[in-house]
Design a protein around this ligand. Structure first.
Ligand code: SAH
Ligand code: TYD
Ligand code: ZN
Length: 407
């Protein structure tokens, strides 16, 4: 029996993927034998509606001095975070000498746009290699996990924050109570906490089960986030859907009664109820669609291989670890995965051990099919791979459903 990390309710299992490797742990052959696996299982809490991993991997095992994900590598994410920073500046950072804390600043993809305007800032980033990249950009960053102890230290050194931001990080932190207490401690009375994460509504709608992996401890909705922060005298006061990462939600949290509630919050909460995000049955159907998706992808790939076709994976995303392992796709069906991240190249994918190669290898000898693991960057990738398409190459996708993309 697993209990909800938020309210201690008894979790109802949505899906069990079995033993899975760490999604961002790209490895060398000498590491194959000692590879770490864990039981990847998602549960739904019928009391507070929080969807979450039933068991999680210790954060120190995921975020360390060799963290493979670099935010700045995608053009689209750069544009997204520039716009995020500009929006924060215009709306919330107009007071005298404001102070901003970013949780999980990675290589400084967002913070750089605040620092360039000489805004007082601090990035919190536990993965040493990426924190070092932020510091190399001249950003002020501390290599720690965000928690109450750190909040106290920040308070002592810099004073309280006008704004705390985070992207694709809050859903990574197992102890949300500690996050809420630390935010409460650090934020000025009228301060705001703005964060975004992949949105449960989109994950369910698109059957994007590949969002489920070790780092994503929570699959957040407005209802579950609101109920979590209400326990600490705060509430969701605004929400804004984002198109990145296949569909995210940006939540603005404030202390209750300090900010007027946007009508969008109740409107979108009603939408969540209409799609059944508060009901276990919705997730039973989600599981059935996931199982169907696996069958269809396996069949499509089996058929292509029988016809002697070459298949290459496109983008060694964290998400692809769930797909390749759950669908048993190894180097016998996928020659290699191309990826622009230098730290992933030359290594092997977690669990299935498919070689990771630079994009040049894809271009040098186009395959018949490219399995689009980075489906959330579809426009950017299709835009730059016109030559592949012109020569008759085709992209295979599995989100929202298994299909071959038409040109
Ligand atoms: N904000 C960036 C990075 C997201 S990846 C973006 O949206 O692209 C998640 C990042 O959060 C990683 O760099 C990881 O090291 C960091 N992280 C994980 N747990 C954290 C915690 N408890 N406190 C602060 N950062 C954390
Ligand atoms: P991301 O979208 O962050 O997915 P996840 O959160 O699942 O890791 O990662 C995108 C990955 O795809 C990253 O490793 C870089 C790679 N990539 C390419 O190789 N080529 C591209 O054109 C793009 C946009 C991304
Ligand atoms: Zn709960």
């Amino acid at each position: 029996m697993s209990l909800c990390r938020v309210c201690d309710g008894e979790l109802k299992t949505v899906i069990s993927f079995g033993q899975m490797p760490v999604a961002n742990a790209f490895l060398t052959p000498s590491e194959f034998a000692s590879e770490y696996f864990f039981d990847l299982k998602v549960g739904f809490c019928p009391i507070c509606c929080m969807v979450q991993l039933q068991k999680c991997v210790a954060p120190e095992k995921l975020f360390h001095n060799k963290y493979a994900y670099l935010s700045s590598l995608s053009l689209r994410m750069n544009q997204h975070f520039r716009a995020f920073a500009e929006d924060m500046k215009a709306r919330y950072l107009t007071s005298h000498n404001p102070f901003v804390v970013e949780i999980g600043c990675n290589d400084g993809v967002m913070l750089q746009h605040l620092a360039s305007d000489r805004i007082r800032h601090l990035g919190v980033e536990p993965s040493r290699n990426v924190a070092a990249l932020a510091k190399d950009k001249g950003l002020n960053a501390v290599c720690r996990f965000f928690d109450e102890t750190l909040a106290k230290d920040i308070l002592k050194k810099y004073g309280s924050a006008d704004l705390i931001v985070g992207a694709n990080v809050i859903c990574h932190i197992p102890d949300l109570h500690a996050v809420a207490r630390a935010v409460d401690m650090l934020l000025k009375p009228s301060g705001l906490f703005v964060f975004e994460d992949p949105y449960l509504g989109e994950i369910v709608k698109k059957t994007a089960y590949d969002q489920i992996y070790d780092e994503h401890v929570y699959y957040l909705s407005i209802a579950s986030v609101d109920s979590m922060f209400r326990r600490y005298g705060m509430a969701v006061v605004d929400v804004e859907p984002q198109s990145v990462h296949g569909g995210s939600m940006r939540y603005t949290i404030a202390r209750r009664q300090t900010v007027e509630l946007s009508p969008k919050v109740d409107e979108k909460k009603r939408l969540e109820e209409s799609i059944g995000l508060h009901k276990y049955e919705t997730f039973v159907r989600f599981r059935m669609r996931i199982e169907k998706s696996r069958e269809q992808l396996q069949e499509l790939i089996r058929d292509a291989k029988l016809r002697g076709k070459r298949i290459v994976g496109y983008g060694a995303t964290s998400k692809s670890a769930t797909v390749t392992n759950y669908c048993s796709l190894g180097p016998d069906s996928i020659d290699f995965v191309c990826d622009t991240t230098p730290a992933k190249q030359g290594k092997y994918s977690p669990g299935m051990h498919i070689p990771i190669k630079p994009n040049e290898d894809f271009v040098k000898d186009y395959p018949d099919f490219a399995l689009l693991f980075a489906w959330n960057h579809k426009e950017e990738i299709l835009g730059k791979e016109q030559e592949f398409l012109k020569r008759g190459g085709q992209f295979i996708t599995y989100v929202p459903s298994v299909s071959i993309l038409s040109r």
